[in-house]
Design a protein around this ligand. Sequence first.
Ligand SMILES: Cc1cc2nc3c(=O)[nH]c(=O)nc-3n(C[C@H](O)[C@H](O)[C@H](O)COP(=O)(O)OP(=O)(O)OC[C@H]3O[C@@H](n4cnc5c(N)ncnc54)[C@H](O)[C@@H]3O)c2cc1C
Length: 564
Amino acid sequence: MPDQPEAITPAQSTTAPATSDAIVVGSGLAGLVAASELVDAGKRVLIIEQEPPVNFGGQAWWSFGGLFLINSAEQRFMGVKDSLELARQDWFGTAGFDRDEDEWGRQWAEAYLHFAAEEKRAWLRGMGVKFFPVVGWAERGGYTATGHGNSVPRFHIVWGTGPGVLTPFMRKVRLGSEQGLVDVLFRHRVDELIVENGAVVGVRGATLAADDAARGEASNRDETGTFEYRAGAVIVASGGIGGNHELVRRNWPKRLGTPPKHMLTGVPAHVDGRMLGISAKAGARLVNEDRMWHYVEGIENYAPVWASHGIRILPGPSSLWLDATGKRLPVPLFPGFDTLGTLEHIVSTGYDHSWFILTQKIIEKEFALSGSEQNPDLTGKDIGLLLQRVKKGAPGPVEAFKAKGADFIVADTLAELIEGMQKLSPDAPPDAQQIELEVRARDREFDNDFSKDAQVNAIRQARHYRGDKLIRVASPHKLLDPKAGPLIAVKLHILTRKSLGGIQTNLDAQALNSEGSPITGLYAAGEASGFGGGGLHGYRALEGTFLGGCLFSGRVAGRAVAAL
Ligand SMILES: Cc1cc2nc3c(=O)[nH]c(=O)nc-3n(C[C@H](O)[C@H](O)[C@H](O)COP(=O)(O)OP(=O)(O)OC[C@H]3O[C@@H](n4cnc5c(N)ncnc54)[C@H](O)[C@@H]3O)c2cc1C
């Protein structure tokens, strides 16, 4: 049985020492990893968190627990040949670093690749983290060898998903608090970093009223008092900006066109980006704020936890992807190939949504939903439930969305399906003739075992990978094959998620000022630091690199501060 959250969440400290060795702002994964390293070194840590204890662990608790590893035992078991060189080729081809301020991001990328190839798996396994044996293939690219994407599957799902990644660090922090090394102040919101003689020496902020909101729900911002704490160093691990649509729109890059009018939110409300501005006021340099990672396969959660709560479909490659008008997306914008390329294209159509058309046979094998709560088998480590994935029928949570989700249409005939799509989108009804043309043209390409259609070829080619054939890619078939039905259409929305830029840091996770010099006493980790260096991903990501980036940058920051 996985640990229950209350068993691994430390008690709220009623008082905290006026000074500690380190203050960590934020109890998400990056903050907890940094704090764990400090506890291991016998240091006194104060964790300051604006949310109630129920949110301990931040976004990672909700996450799918996918981790990017290079040449792992799981990959080898699945017949995948990977190497540091191949991963480096993929990373740099994907990142497209091209700015002066990428100087530290590049170095962090190189260091992270070594971590993912050499240390990460053994380090996590040493703390009891295990992996699901079938490695997933995210961001497949579809361009050339030096372009965007993973050449091979590298998405390793942690047994226990997001909570499984967090648990060892939550336990360490809890133990540290029982040993008197850690204090945690929940409902404390940092509003200012205290700067004296050019060094960051502590934090000031407001205490917030108690709140019994459930995990992920927005909590109140009613101030009940103020606080001030000092320490040898402050580590900012406050997450990104994905919950703050205003900031997302303000930072929206020109290259991705006009910011969408309608977006769903893929992160809890606490991902508010406030701490970035506060860090900048203390002299930290923010870089690459226009680099973000939002998804294009968002669906409205029929049981929302936070406002406009969206869930991301992690799609296999077979669904037909149409724009709002019913026109097929261009090559290689197939499901799961190039997230930002697809985003750029969708925004260029002048609409904020697009459509998948698929069959029951495809949904059963190819739809996974990102999020710990959407994968009770993997999160709950329930093998009986897990085995149902290889049986007929879609996983329970996917079926539930099909039945209750506002974005799903199920029909026996194409005409009925199109009618349903038009009804669901009265302001922008897709063109029935165009959809019919696209579906029938695609289906004709299945008359032979070979085809000119790049997506049809990609589907066939994917099944050469054992993992895809087993649980991820449906056997090739025509959409209008009645045996594969019923037909399904899904209206897809843009879903905000990750920030790829943030506080620029050097390889010791020290925050840098506008001259590029380290600010004494100020460190940053996790999404707040663009996962290291102010942007180790560059423009795009290979997936599973966000939790991994929190693990790596949190560890670097914790170790650096412990060594002071
Ligand atoms: C549904 C979902 C699925 C995901 N799946 C994956 C996946 O499979 N693989 C992957 O690599 N990544 C995944 N991610 C992304 C990953 O979970 C996050 O990028 C990562 O957990 C961010 O961790 P963090 O510690 O940097 O920030 P957060 O988890 O956001 O934690 C920051 C904390 O700081 C607190 N805070 C902020 N400002 C203040 C302040 N001023 N004062 C006090 N406290 C403050 C916040 O309340 C929060 O608790 C997923 C994310 C989601 C939401």
